[in-house]
Write a protein of this length. Sequence first.
Length: 419
Amino acid sequence: MTAILWEWLNLGIRWVHIITGIAWIGSSFYFVALDLSLKKHKGLPEGVAGDTWQVHGGGFYHMQKYAVAPSFMPEELTWFKWESYATWISGFFLLCVLYYGSSELFLIDRSVADLAPWQAITIGIAGLVAGWVVYDALCRSPIGENDYLLYAVLFVFVTAIAWGFTQVFSGRGAFIHTGALIATIMSANVIMIIIPNQKKTVAALMAGEEPDPKYGLQAKQRSTHNNYLTLPVLFLMLANHYPLAFATQYNWIIIALVLVIGVVIRHFFNSHHAGKGEPYWTWAVAAIAFIIIMWLSEAGPPQRGEAETGSLSVRTEKLLAASEFDEVRDIIGARCSMCHAVEPVWEGVPHAPKDVLLETDIHIALQAEEIYKQAARSDAMPPGNVTDLTQADREVIALWYENATNTPRTWTDLLARLR
């Protein structure tokens, strides 16, 4: 029952995260396109840098942008900030539930670094904080005065961080933390720079003073960064479902190429919206980079030694020592491991689905919760029950997991323990 509650918590938070992410990315894309489509012409009110007409939903909209701020404070002013805040908060909760709550399964790879869960979690959170601090320092430094130089330095910085994560985490953990770092930078740009600068402008207006243009320029620079980082962060959040991206030898180079793809695609749309032509060469660059990614994925998994087994958790040791384990091992070996192997033997399966391996006792114990949810409490696995996993087999797996982890099976059992 605990595993089922955790799974529903995972799904609920993921649902909220996707909803808020759509709202944030949608508004971001819209305002960037709006800003680039504004045209300067005669007859505009004083202080207006440009305007544009738009049509949507049967209505016409006349949009104007002030170069710094209007000469008066509007009675109503809509702020776009909660989309960003809610996306980051829900994303961090999801990171905690999925990767920190199941660190031995998704975050730690003992063939990479034999970390205790608390060590892996500390490294992950410290990486997010340090990443923002370094990024912000680069933007505020003399390097930040040259946008193109700053882009180059930030590309090297994010790639280096991605490589560093691959040296301490599993491939999946490295990908999700690189994505989380980018998302942290984007959301921190909103809460630390963009919104405070806008509030300073509003405060100056209310005081009858002329706002300093530098605040708008700083906010515009960070907003532009967010625009170019959106597509890479979406890829990194989706890629943890695709082991050919995260679980291969050159996974950090794949991240670097994804950064390139995201930037050139956004450059195409930004140029299009600004009326500066349509640089179709960007699509060729993106296609070539994606082909290189597919080619790099053929290199296979990183060449590493055997995983350490001397620091298994008490829970894992109980799963291995359970009386039902021998029978479970036989069931998994006969019904699951033909696909979930380093070299799958099932036709049409070139790589273990989601990089889940079930060839050894350790593999089975580490994946116990997923096996329980996917094959005992539901029939998601095997797909279409192609290997004829029987109901009796599923019951054995359920008993093994529940007895070894002291998991209540029903709501009645759970409530009885809570009394």
